[in-house]
Design a protein around this ligand. Structure first.
Ligand SMILES: [Zn+2]
Ligand SMILES: [Zn+2]
Ligand SMILES: [Zn+2]
Ligand SMILES: [Zn+2]
Length: 148
């Protein structure tokens, strides 16, 4: 958790909001990423979701992110098709060490969406359904659905 509600007693003289650049005259303000913010100015830089009521926010390179966006952008595990990072609450398709978003998991050739229990082959981030894989080069895997 990076932020605290700060009361004027513990605050230094004048505070400038890191979001809007105006001075903070409110009795209470938020402290995040070592800077002060109006409650309504602390928003995710990607989705603009207000974070003043969230339990935690995340900071990287001076920008503030909600948990979802932070995980999506900075997660080390990425969907093998679209390349987005996967966050803990997302539903994914997996087989062995390969992971895809459920919504990304469809055959490259026919576009057929695949679901848990289906078999599909993968090559270079491309997905081939049971009908369109090349048996000489590709091996079919059985895929399971789970929360990441
Ligand atoms: Zn502000
Ligand atoms: Zn966000
Ligand atoms: Zn994806
Ligand atoms: Zn297909």
């Amino acid at each position: 958790m990076l932020k605290d509600l700060v009361s004027p007693e513990s605050a230094s003289a004048e505070n400038t909001c890191a979001g809007c650049g105006l001075s903070i005259k409110d009795r209470f303000y938020l402290l995040a990423a070592d800077r002060a913010w109006h409650g309504q100015c602390l928003r995710c830089c990607r989705c603009s979701q207000p974070l003043d009521t969230e339990l935690s926010c995340f900071c990287r390179g001076g920008n503030i992110y909600c948990k979802e966006d932070y995980c999506r952008i900075f997660s080390t595990t990425r969907c093998a098709k679209c390349g987005d990072g996967l966050s803990s609450s997302e539903l994914v398709m997996r087989a062995r060490e390969m992971v895809f978003h459920v919504t990304c998991f469809s055959c490259t050739l026919c576009g057929a969406p695949l679901s848990a229990g289906d078999t599909a082959a993968i090559r270079g981030g491309q997905i081939f359904c049971g009908e369109h894989y090349d048996a000489d080069i590709l091996q079919l895997e059985r895929w399971d659905e789970s929360f990441f």
